[in-house]
Design a protein around this ligand. Sequence first.
Ligand SMILES: Cc1ncc(COP(=O)(O)O)c(C=O)c1O
Length: 443
Amino acid sequence: MPMDTPIWNFVKAYAESGNIRAHMPGHKGRGFLGFEKYDITEIKGADALYEAGGIIEKSRLNAQSLFGSGRTDYSTEGSSQCIRAMVALACGLSRGRPLILAARKVHKAFVYACALMDADIEWLMPERETGSLCACPITPEGVAKRLDGLERKPCALYITAPDYLGGSPDIRGIARECHKRDVPLLVDNAHGAYLKFLSPSRHPLDLGADMCCDSAHKTLPVLTGGAYLHVSKDFLPRLNKEPRRVMAMFGSTSPSYLILSSLDLCNRYLTEGYPERLAEACRRVSVLRGGLREMGYSVPETDPLKLTVLDGVGGEVLAARLRQNNIEVEMADRWAVVMMFTPETGEEEMERIGEVFASFASTPLPEEKRNVLCPKVAMSPRQALMSPTKRVKADDSVGRVCADPSVSCPPAVPIVVSGEVITPEAVEMFKEYGIKEIETVDI
Ligand SMILES: Cc1ncc(COP(=O)(O)O)c(C=O)c1O
């Protein structure tokens, strides 16, 4: 039996009903894009995302059963909304001022979340510097040592896995160390919704995470903004707030029914041969990965649907070469380009990418030794984000306190976090990422 799609069934029937729309939105079902008829609001029968008891609840339960979680909630505002909710839920468990231990190189949504909750952050720095803004190599042993060395017990450990480059630490081992010390593990799995459907699953919940967010829109065929907040079965009874109430604190009161319909239809998609199509897509990426390695490119092992290629000519040059051939990549940085594929990517498209790489000679990567940036904290992220600010040129920012995490998007991973003092090494990195001006605290 195919999985039912209660939200889409309702929206489609309403779109075809010919009803006079004496309600929001203002386009009245007619408009510029052609699909406005499916864009509805909370009319009778349409349920309401944060008080769901009808079609949205039924659809949400479908997603929950697919992911095997204790609780899965939909987000129409990306993992960014889920990260705020995860952090708020974890902070709610803290007695006293909340502290979160976080693996550095987080998405900036985490910094905003900590500022909103007025949580302190202790950083788990990368155990070796990779020179990339995105990679944060950490080990269970490193996590254990750091947890034992903290003066205050954190209300959570927060990690990003997979990261933008597709790297992932040993989540199972890290979860074990967290649980030995009764510290919940939160995972930013924005890039890994599909990991659930690999055989065996590599989804963080199945590796011991207590809560995680998945951007459905990044790796599944869901409209931009569609995401899930998952809570594990073991961890759910420990929460002292309902996840959806906390999601509501950070979301619009007008969630998009286009995105909800897309999430709803994705449930059915996932039950109709998706694991097989996914396995085939992973095989294709793996073939391309092998081919590029034979050509001399440096291609690390990553999560299976990502292809990260490093080369001595630099990521921007690789991206430009691909762009000239009508191929647009997800992200380019100093040495790497990152490409993301799904079963929707055609076999010929993958072959074309291989041909473009083959038409250029690979260049060896230079040897680079980098030190881990050691941030000096002048104030909390909240104080820094809420303070009056002054925009200064990157070169003039040394010694000033960073107000807004200064990042380019993608990858939206801060070089200096709000409240930290900007160093000359950080300015070097700003330049590498094309950041010319920085928002600094002006007090
Ligand atoms: C690692 C990571 N976490 C979180 C996010 C935020 O996700 P969303 O765009 O779904 O809000 C992103 C977005 O690029 C990301 O790369």
